[in-house]
Design a binder for this molecule. Structure first.
Ligand code: NAP
Length: 302
């Protein structure tokens, strides 16, 4: 976040009282995260006596930090890079989503202990629907097989999609398909290499193409996971999980081919919205969360 946007984001900060319920974000580094202003804007909008704080936690400090959550009276946390996988064994209980994905990005501190959940999957589905795309039973091509891909593929599998996963390291794509099958997914999951021939073959029939790799993310904005000499399939919706920059090179390739392209800010907002609802028990003010994110990122919502 720039100094100017930090100053202009002051209005997003809630008043902290002795009674304030605290949630937060653990990660390393986290100074660029938009989650604190997004959640604090939502709390403030609803008049909730809640506050969301950044909790910079180094990898070696994770277990200690988690064991202190209850003692400190926190209601929950979000987790980001590099903690999403390492959180799992530290939880008392996992939701089916967190277990199948193999990563948690949300912790609920409850009377029976720490519940680990993953809101990236539901956030992705809500973002697709908000963009006017119904994912049920669709044919999808997913680029990448890392942590975000695991949530995206799990989400698509839960709505009966047929998913082709392509990854630079093919074995990782194969492991993702195998893990989800073992977790009981009945969806059709294929795995292959991230090469032009596979992209051409699977892209031709896809209704949805999702980029879960960081290729094209700021500052390397001129990069794209899609080869220059391969036309992007015009019938597919291109969903890029990247939201900085607002328009990636991949999104421009899709648009130039006549396809619609959507960036990853909707997924970020909606994964936050689900966490908000789990912690507070109230519907999240999604529009307010969108506004807070776009204000911090310095852009208007399209
Ligand atoms: P990750 O676990 O490190 O996985 C990265 C994936 O990208 C791996 O499959 C990796 O392939 C692939 N990859 C990396 N560099 C590549 C390159 N130069 N060429 C081809 N493939 C490459 O990361 P992650 O947590 O999944 O995050 C991935 C992206 O999703 C990031 O940009 C992150 O900001 C974004 N994200 C967005 C949201 C949202 O709400 N919008 C949520 C989560 C993540 P290998 O297996 O071969 O290394």
């Amino acid at each position: 976040m720039s100094r100017d946007s930090q100053r202009s984001a002051a209005w997003l900060c809630p008043t902290i009282l002795g009674s304030t319920q605290v949630v937060g974000l653990i990660g390393w580094p986290i100074e660029h995260s938009v989650s604190p202003p997004m959640h604090n804007a939502a709390f403030r909008h609803l008049g909730l006596d809640w506050c969301y704080v950044p909790l910079p936690v180094r990898p070696e400090g994770l277990a200690e930090a988690i064991s202190g959550l209850r003692a400190l009276g926190l209601c929950g946390i979000n987790a980001t890079v590099p903690h999403k996988l390492a959180l799992l064994p530290l939880m008392d209980e996992l939701t089916p989503a967190a277990r199948a994905i193999g990563a948690a990005n949300t912790v609920i501190v409850g009377p029976d202990g720490l519940l680990g959940h993953n809101t990236d999957a539901e956030g992705f589905l809500r973002a697709l629907r908000e963009a006017g795309f119904g994912p049920e039973g669709c044919r999808a091509l997913v680029l990448g097989a890392g942590g975000a891909a695991r949530a995206v593929v799990y989400a698509l599998a839960t709505v009966g999609a047929r998913v082709a996963i392509v990854n630079r390291t093919q074995a990782r794509a194969e492991r993702l398909a195998r893990d989800l099958r073992q977790a009981g997914s009945g969806a059709t999951l294929l795995a292959g290499p991230l090469d032009a021939a596979t992209l051409a073959r699977e892209g031709e029939r896809a209704q949805l193409i999702v980029n879960t790799t960081p290729v094209g993310m700021w500052p390397q904005v001129e990069r794209s996971p899609w080869p220059d000499n391969l036309p992007f399939p015009s019938q597919a919706l291109c969903y890029d999980l990247i939201y900085n920059p607002r328009e990636t090179r991949l999104m421009r390739q899709a648009q130039q081919a006549g396809a619609r392209a959507v960036d990853g800010l909707g997924m970020l907002v909606h994964q936050g919205a689900e966490a908000f609802e789990l912690w507070t028990g109230q519907p999240a003010p999604v529009q307010i969360m969108w506004q807070a994110c776009t204000a911090v990122l310095g852009r208007e919502r399209e």
